[in-house]
Write a protein that binds this ligand. Structure first.
Ligand SMILES: [Mg+2]
Length: 192
């Protein structure tokens, strides 16, 4: 049987982003993140997957291990609330430093979604992507799944990119819980 999943961007979606986050001690989740994830996971059986660009690695600002340590810290914090991320994916490359082939994983490419779909046996017609940037929404679009854009300080710029490309999200959320509530209702409604 195939599973359904919600893909989340990591930085500035799940946790505050100080820029090239590599120190697990600096990880701080946004309000509502454990509750929102828990509800999707426990009540609707969604797999929870993180899809993140981490070009800080190729830039030499942070290491692969730093990224993994931050991921572990996110799951430690979620575990305290009885929930967690099922799998993390990240793309360490950037076109300024790496060739086209390597950069194929980088959002807005849907490659990480397709990899997750294969590894976790996902039905992409029942999946969602949630993020704070245009590249997150475009990544979801490129995989053919529903998308949610969470309003950030940079919202005007992000939504304008999407309007110009005629690829606006299915929902614009005021905050994390608003995003997960939309998915909850949309998915539950579709099952009736
Ligand atoms: Mg982000």
């Amino acid at each position: 049987m195939l599973h359904h999943a919600v893909f989340f961007d990591r930085d500035d979606t799940l946790n505050y982003d100080p820029g090239y986050l590599g120190n697990p001690d600096l990880v701080k989740l946004f309000p509502g993140v454990p509750q929102g994830i828990s509800k999707l996971k426990n009540e609707l059986n969604f797999k929870i997957v993180v899809i993140s660009n981490q070009s800080g690695i190729t830039r030499g600002k942070i290491t692969e291990n730093d990224v993994l340590a931050v991921n572990r810290k996110i799951n430690d914090l979620l575990k305290e609330e009885g929930t967690g991320i099922d799998k993390f994916y990240h793309c360490p490359y950037h076109p300024d430093f790496d060739d086209e082939e390597k950069c194929k994983c980088r959002k807005p490419s849907p490659l990480m979604i397709f990899t997750a779909a294969e590894e976790l046996k996902l039905d992409l017609s029942k999946c969602y992507f949630v993020g704070d940037k245009a590249s997150d929404v475009l990544c979801g679009f490129n995989a053919g799944i529903k998308t949610v854009l969470i309003k950030s300080g940079n919202f005007e710029e992000e939504i304008n990119i999407l309007i110009n490309e005629n690829k606006t999200p299915n929902f614009v959320a005021a905050n994390f819980l608003d995003a997960t509530n939309f998915i909850y209702n949309d998915f539950a409604g579709a099952q009736v």
